[in-house]
Ligand binder design. Sequence first.
Ligand SMILES: *Cc1c(COP(=O)(O)O)cnc(C)c1O
Length: 372
Amino acid sequence: MGIPLLDLKKQYLDLKPEMDAAIAEVMENAAFIGGPKVKALEEAIAAYVGTKHAVACGNGTDALFLIMAALGIGKGDEVITTPFTFFATVEAIVHVGAMPVFVDIEPGTYNMDVSQVEAAITSRTKAILPVHIFGQCVDMDPLLEIAERHGLVVVEDACQAIGATYKGKRAGSLARAAAFSFFPSKNLGCAGDGGIVTTDDEELAVKVRKLAQHGTTKKYFHDTFGVNSRLDALQAAILLAKLPHLDEWNAQRRAAAAVYDDLLADVEGLELPVTRPYGEAVYHLYVVKARDAALAERVMGALKDAGIGTALYYPLALHEQEALAGLPGFVRPSLPVAESCDAATFALPCYPGITEEQQAFVAEVVKKAVRS
Ligand SMILES: *Cc1c(COP(=O)(O)O)cnc(C)c1O
């Protein structure tokens, strides 16, 4: 029984008529860049997330970069973030010329440990960039309170968290601005690259839009230097067809996570993900932590031998990456919780449509490997 880490083909086949019609419509109208589909998607995402504005762009990495650039963050500034995330989070900081400052994470949720943020603030700190890792929101209220007291702007990396809630509000509406990715494997994914910025701040939305289209608001007149970061109409059409299903898919991910929570409770040497009661997580990934890297390797080997998809998230924390060591002025911190995850945290298949039988099989393989 082969079980992938994520079954994207099933998702397409389930929605084939709607998806094919959406794609055909774009082809027939031949409006490939911008146009009504992209505008409709921006409105739909803003309404879904609960912000006044949404600006589509080329990918989630660009969404983060465009926000940083539009906020005027740059050389000499520091941005506090988490070391336990995809590399794009820190690239956005470095590419505007700012310095990333990492704080450690909490065990169990793997989110930024908000209680450590205040000690990391210096006179150069301009922003805080929390990441809702694996689809669970960071504890935003205490973070926003610290930011407010120190006059800092907070930006959400919500790339893994579309649909997740915090005290009744959706990820992407919790701070000044947020970045989402529509990379195919994300909870709402397109058929290529895509991203979007959400914000209530109209001025910021206008700046992001301008920077994403070569620094122009009037064609061939440029008042600043921007980049080319657009969402294709084809991708927008695909996303519009999928969006009405997102809540159901996220509910199925949560249900599958609860099944693993039961099946794998009390497995010696394995730490299950912790969910906080302040909101609903969307389980972009269901990540377990092995006692050590050797056990993770053994369990992952057994999963692979059984035809079950798995991968390390993340094999190496960002503050330990070679790229950071080469960043002039970067001082590598000691972050024991993040470092304890290196090569020890791995994902189990947890996607909409996975069956309880498949999950029972995964759990069997895991338990047997742990005992062996
Ligand atoms: C996927 C992801 C990104 C980058 O998104 P892309 O669309 O691949 O550029 C950024 N941050 C996090 C946390 C992500 O998971």
